[in-house]
Design a protein around this ligand. Structure first.
Ligand SMILES: Cc1ncc(COP(=O)(O)O)c(C=O)c1O
Length: 288
């Protein structure tokens, strides 16, 4: 992604992405003390905008970042930034940081949250990746907000996840699947995970401390509409390796088939029937 394209809106002020700057004293920079959302446009319109902005509001509440702006003002900034970018389709990021404070940890030292909106070129995975499916690697890792009152918040500190992704990439995998402290499957580093076993769709519950993925929810709705049996329950790693089908979901990657979990081939090593059906339904929903 080249920063020379696209626009950023910082507390209401628009600028070209290459010129966007914030204070080194912003706690988002110092501590990852911020929440964010990633979405994309279809035909220039942000998909599931309201759901994303509501989730951002919820993340800020969990992180005790006092939100002073309304969803409507975030939405206005979002649309202004998309328009300023002039891009046919955008990768969108909305971020709320606790703002500038002293160097100490005390959150009482920062009073004015900063809101940043990014509208950048959208780079999508190649069609061959969807046709062939990806490999994922299991990683036992705890993330920053796991087990805290803020669990489930989309907090910006992704260090544990990015190191997990780096680790599995060395093993030839394109995504890390997080196995939590209790040995159960949680979600991907930046995705939710689904398995299909004997025609039934399986995915871990929100109580597993996962992010309430907007794409995950969309897939659940599409499965219900298509009459695909669904069970939202805890999943063990061997259920993934022995599944007939596995896929991950996220706003940018949509539904991406998984054909290998570490050394184990999933099903017949090709994207499965249920996965393909849901991919088709998702594409119809977003108008592609
Ligand atoms: C940890 C985590 N889980 C799940 C997702 C997928 O969420 P969504 O479908 O809302 O993009 C993401 C997206 O970045 C994520 O970071």
């Amino acid at each position: 992604m080249r920063a020379s394209e696209g626009h950023v809106c910082i507390n209401g002020d628009l600028c070209p992405a290459a010129e966007a700057k914030i204070s080194v004293f912003d706690r988002g920079f110092l501590y990852g003390d911020s929440a964010f959302e990633v979405m994309r446009t279809y035909a220039g319109e942000p998909f599931r905008e309201r759901e994303h902005l509501q989730r951002l509001q919820g993340s800020c509440e969990r992180l005790l970042i006092p939100v002073t702006s309304s969803l409507e003002s975030w939405s206005r900034d979002l649309h202004r930034t998309i328009a300023a970018s002039g891009l046919p389709e955008c990768y969108l990021r909305v971020m709320v940081t606790r703002g500038v404070g002293s160097l100490g940890l005390d959150i009482a030292d920062a009073h004015e949250p900063s809101t940043l909106v990014f509208a950048l070129p959208l780079h999508l995975p190649a069609a061959t990746i969807y046709a062939q499916g990806i490999a994922v690697g299991l990683v036992r890792v705890g993330r920053t907000v796991d087990g805290t009152a803020a669990a489930g918040a989309k907090a910006s500190n992704y260090l544990a996840s990015l190191l997990a992704l780096h680790e599995v990439k060395q093993r030839g995998c394109a995504e890390a699947i997080v196995v939590d402290g209790s040995g159960q499957v949680a979600e991907g580093a930046t995705s939710n995970v689904f398995a299909v076993r004997r025609g039934q769709l399986l995915t871990p519950p929100l109580e597993a401390g996962i992010l309430a993925g907007i794409t995950r929810q969309t897939v659940i709705e599409l499965a219900e509409r298509a009459g695909i049996p669904l069970s939202i329950r805890r999943l063990f790693p061997d259920e993934l390796t022995q599944a007939d089908e596995v896929f991950i979901t996220s706003s940018v990657r949509e539904i991406m088939p998984v054909v290998r979990v570490d050394d184990a081939q999933v099903g017949d090593g090709k994207p499965g029937r249920v996965t393909l059906r849901l991919m088709q339904a998702y594409r119809e929903l977003v108008g592609r």
